[in-house]
Design a protein around this ligand. Structure first.
Ligand code: ZN
Length: 222
């Protein structure tokens, strides 16, 4: 069989568990895990030209333009591991980003092979996200029900008092979910029409979710 790159989208609302599953897919299929948030932070931390440009937008509180994100993506697609394929963690989020990604891939004679959608009901997402408690000092994240610290409200690693980030508060989460669904509905339709959308129940335990994702990928890939 001719070896070729495998490009997998992992889509789903905030709190669906995309990061966890993307890492597992990347390891199992030996492809690059791309999270645009991490990619931006890396470029800014490295102080690259693209990173400095991105930082100006971020400092102003603006979104980094798609074209700039596209330039960073291109670098990753050409990297040694990225050339084998990528799993895109929560990207694209809009049809404009989708068009950009397809263009970048087309230049390499690649295309999105499968779009996996982690389906989780809003009620479950709210419980997952609003239960999060973060350490403002070391960044550790806990969950009041599923991953509590040894002492309630205190970071195991550094002893700092845990906080609930504004982003994790119920009213904000509801709004984030609304915006997410509004933007991604047309995307999902597009992948469905192309016959590459696979919906997977993301409300079960992570091992089971991963098993189902692999099954959904079926004969696609290696
Ligand atoms: Zn801590």
């Amino acid at each position: 069989m001719v070896s070729r790159a495998l490009d997998v989208l992992l889509l789903g609302p905030p709190g669906a568990g995309k990061g966890t599953q993307a890492k597992r897919i990347a390891a199992a299929f030996e492809v690059l895990h791309i999270s645009t948030g991490d990619m931006l932070r890396d470029e800014v931390a490295k102080g690259s030209g693209l990173g400095q440009e991105a930082k100006e937008y971020m400092n102003r509180g603006d979104l980094v333009p798609d074209a700039l994100v596209g330039k960073m993506l291109t670098k990753l697609l050409h990297s040694r591991r990225g050339a084998l394929g990528c799993v895109y963690d929560g990207y694209p989020r809009t049809t404009a980003q989708e068009a950009l990604l397809e263009d970048l891939l087309a230049e390499l004679n690649r295309r999105v092979d499968v779009a996996l959608y982690l389906d989780v009901p809003d009620r479950e997402l709210l419980a997952r996200i609003t239960g999060r408690r973060s350490c403002p000092s070391c960044g550790a994240v806990y969950h009041v029900a599923t991953q509590p610290p040894r002492t309630e409200g205190v970071c195991d690693a550094c002893g700092t008092t845990l906080v609930q980030r504004d982003d994790d508060k119920a009213a904000v989460v509801r709004e984030r979910l609304k915006v997410y669904r509004k933007h991604t509905a047309p995307l999902l339709k597009l992948y469905e029409d192309r016959g590459i959308l696979r919906e997977v129940d993301g409300a079960v335990n992570p091992d089971e979710v991963f098993k189902r994702l692999r099954e959904a990928m079926g004969s696609i890939g290696k």
